[in-house]
Design a protein around this ligand. Structure first.
Ligand code: PHE
Length: 379
């Protein structure tokens, strides 16, 4: 039998068929979307709240008939809050499950680890809540529906300098977190521009439980506040240990504080502290109040910002699938990039040319073991 070489045309047909498999309409009646996050570990509430928000959005879209005549199914992977694991589960979601898009992660270091896998495979990824600028710089398939840290750091520096009238603030940053390191830098830049002085700049590694050496060193510099752009587990412990050392200065922080567990861990020691966040449950906006009521009825707790951002990220993706009329990756990418004035729980999402959302931030204060709304700062 005569050996037959492949023609260019049949090669193209095969390539197209393979491309369709790798993220196309592979299932007759379902659209598969991958979600990755920390369902366990010291940032477990990040993944759990996000998952709840995405689940609520998915149930809503499926009850309304799904998308493109199909039901939406979310495949959720626990990355334990670890960057290497985030990369592994995202490879699995793309290559074995053949998801058409990804939702995740929360912590910027985990998004940064996984985004190159999504980008190389040309599968759109939307982070609900990673705020480090580098995340969407990975490539044109990577998006986020939240503000970024150059804005968040400005908000807290301005709040410290202008609202609180502080001139001398210390820093305590998590050197294992891209988010924490970046946000500390932006805060310092803005606070010093506003005339403030940095009393001292100490660091720890996420997962640490003893901060007494750093806090003792900070105390000696006599700051009016300590800016701690970390995640809730360490922040709660830092607050307790600071009080135990007799530090009276309030702590200031960013969105990484947001967790139903924050006050449980930090207790009384957090009273009077402030942090920036993506929304406030006290906001009377009907969209927020409806979300809060529905979420409480379903999950028995008050939704944190991650629940709202998870919900919004999923809704932005669903809206893009609808507008694209397909889940073909390039068309879907283009539709996500074209998102304008999408009304969600955490405000209106318009994606800019860098695939970031521009949204206001709120400042919250911990008062009587609750999060009290202080002010909204618009970009
Ligand atoms: N912005 C944080 C990061 O990039 C994640 C986060 C967002 C945590 C919102 C809590 C609430 O790492």
């Amino acid at each position: 039998m005569k050996h037959r070489t492949w023609s260019h045309a049949s090669f193209l047909v095969l390539t197209a068929a393979l491309a369709a498999c790798a993220g196309g309409d592979q299932s007759a009646d379902e659209i598969l979307i991958g979600e990755y996050g920390s369902l366990t570990g010291t940032t477990a509430t990040f993944g759990i709240s996000t998952k709840n928000g995405i689940e609520m959005a998915t149930e809503a879209i499926n009850a309304a008939g799904g998308l493109l005549g199909k039901q939406v199914r979310i495949i959720v992977e626990d990355d334990q809050g670890r960057p290497e694991e985030a990369q592994t589960v995202v490879s699995k979601l793309i290559n074995s499950d053949r998801v058409v898009a990804l939702l995740g992660e929360v912590a910027s270091s985990n998004s940064l680890a996984a985004a190159p896998v999504a980008q190389q495979n040309r599968i759109p990824m939307i982070s609900p809540s990673s705020t480090n600028p580098a995340v969407t710089e990975v490539g044109d398939f990577i998006f986020r529906v939240c503000f970024i840290d150059p804005f968040q750091g400005f908000v807290m520096a301005k709040f410290a300098a202008n609202t609180l009238q502080f001139t001398n603030v210390a820093i305590l940053r998590d050197i294992k977190s891209d988010y924490s390191v970046g946000l500390a830098d932006v805060f310092i830049q803005n606070f010093t521009t506003l005339g403030g002085t940095i009393a001292s700049d100490e660091s720890y590694s996420g997962g640490d439980t003893d901060f007494s050496a750093q806090l003792t060193a900070l105390k000696a510099t006599n700051p009016q506040a300590i800016f701690v752009p970390g995640y809730y587990t360490e922040v709660g412990l830092i607050a307790r240990q600071a009080k135990a050392l007799g530090i009276q200065a309030p702590l200031l922080g960013g969105d990484g504080w947001d967790s139903p567990d924050l006050i449980e861990i930090g207790g009384e020691a957090l009273e009077g502290s402030y942090f920036s966040n993506h929304y406030s449950v006290d906001d009377p906006s009907p969209a927020i109040q409806k979300f809060v009521t529905d979420y409480r009825a379903k999950y028995g707790e008050t939704p944190d910002a991650l629940a709202g951002l998870g919900y919004d990220a999923a809704m932005v993706l669903f809206d893009a699938i609808k507008r694209a009329g397909t889940t073909e990756p390039q068309a879907l990418r283009d539709a996500i990039a074209a998102t304008r004035n999408f009304a969600g729980v955490t405000g209106t999402t318009t994606l800019d040319e860098h695939r970031n959302a521009v949204k206001p931030a709120v400042v919250l204060q911990i008062k009587d073991a609750k999060l009290a709304y202080v002010e909204t700062i618009t970009p």
